[in-house]
Write a protein that binds this ligand. Structure first.
Ligand code: GTQ
Length: 366
């Protein structure tokens, strides 16, 4: 063993979270990703409605950041992430959608790897100098930007700013790792940072006003999966643009009874939702209470702006900015913004149900 390689005991000591951090995580149903990894493979019987308050998440990610540098994390998903754990379950917020809150300190890199699970980042604390590098292109992460990491694309997260960056990771990990048990689709890059081989804006520019012939067959996109449908390209959805579109909708259209003024993120390759074959995402502007309904899909929410409550089977989940909550399948629910308006990022596994002709929804009054 070389002198720079820590032995196992040293490694464990370095990864030892302080009693404070451990307590914060446990009290608030959060777990560090490197411990959750061992528990993939299990599914939940009865998902519960639950909420994670931002102040608790913030305390947890700050503690974990203080205690553990990314460089000390064990092989595997080398990511410093606090993972919301459903109250009834051990490794994620739901059976299909996983969310985590990741931090990268100034100067740190979350090293390059790739996997079969689809992923996206929704930036919480970001800047133009915080970049996620996907498929050879640097994508700056400004606040509330959504950036895709399609399956099997190399990605590393590089913080060249002078502030800690934080964001929401959303992946179909429970579906891939727990239900499909597809564990052979993970690889670390030989380099910590993948080479930047594309100019900024390249990927987005090929799916907008014009596109090359056969773009969806671009060798850089599909990866090793034969017969893939229109692969989702790496893409940055700037929040400033999404917000403009939402406001246009609110001024010119009627709200959806269940989702408010709602826009689904499109797969830029097809021009329509879902963003991924397994998960769809909505930006939702709420100006009044929505109607009750229920469906067989799981919905996870991140509060972008505002305060309010989501009533789930009679229980009120009271939310504020940056909180995360989950509405389990078949639970009757509706949203109620507190003041003038609130904005939610809605996440759903509905595409999986639709692929099986299995989606169903109803409202209690009908
Ligand atoms: O940043 O690639 O929260 O691979 C979990 C698994 C983040 C990532 C997570 C991952 C990542």
């Amino acid at each position: 063993m070389s002198q720079t390689e820590p032995d196992e005991q040293e490694l464990e000591e370095q990864l030892e979270l302080s009693t404070d951090t451990r307590g914060i995580l446990e009290r608030h149903n959060l777990r560090p990703l490197w411990e959750v990894e061992d528990d993939f493979g299990n599914t939940i019987d009865d998902l519960e409605a639950d909420i994670w308050k931002w102040e608790d998440i913030q305390a947890a990610i700050d503690g974990v950041e203080d205690d553990v540098p990314i460089a000390d994390l064990p092989p595997g998903f080398q990511r410093r992430v606090a993972v919301p754990i459903n109250a009834s379950f051990g490794n994620a917020i739901s059976n299909t959608i996983y969310v985590g809150v990741q931090t990268v300190s100034p100067g740190e890199t979350a090293p390059a790897h790739r996997h079969g699970a689809n992923a996206l980042r929704f930036t919480i604390d970001g800047s133009e100098d915080m970049k996620t590098v996907v498929a050879g292109e640097e994508f700056p992460m400004a606040d509330n930007d959504l950036i895709t990491t399609p399956q099997w694309e190399w990605h590393d997260h590089v913080n060249d700013s002078d502030e800690t960056a934080a964001w929401l990771d959303v992946l179909d990990l429970p579906l891939v790792l727990d239900s499909l048990n597809a564990r052979n689709t993970f690889e670390n890059h030989e380099l910590e940072r993948q080479p930047v081989t594309k100019t900024q804006g390249y990927w987005g520019s090929q799916y907008g006003q014009g596109r090359p012939e056969g773009a969806s067959k671009d060798k850089d996109i599909p990866g090793p999966f034969e017969g893939i449908r229109e692969a989702t390209p790496p893409h940055r959805f700037k929040w400033s643009e999404m917000l403009k579109s939402l406001r246009q909708r609110a001024e010119n259209a009627n709200p959806d009874p269940y989702d408010g003024y709602s826009l689904s993120y499109v797969n830029p390759a097809t021009g329509s939702p879902p963003l991924f074959p397994t998960m769809s995402f909505r930006a939702q502007l709420l100006q009044e209470a929505t109607d009750e309904h229920f469906h067989n899909t799981t919905e996870v929410y991140f509060v972008v702006e505002g305060e309010g409550a989501t009533h789930v089977d009679g229980e009120a989940l009271e939310w504020g900015e940056r909180d995360i909550f989950v509405v389990p399948p078949d639970a009757t629910h509706h949203h109620e913004p507190e003041d003038e308006e609130a904005i939610l990022l809605g996440m759903t596994d509905r595409p999986v149900f639709e692929a099986m002709n299995f989606y169903a929804e109803a409202s209690p009054s009908s």
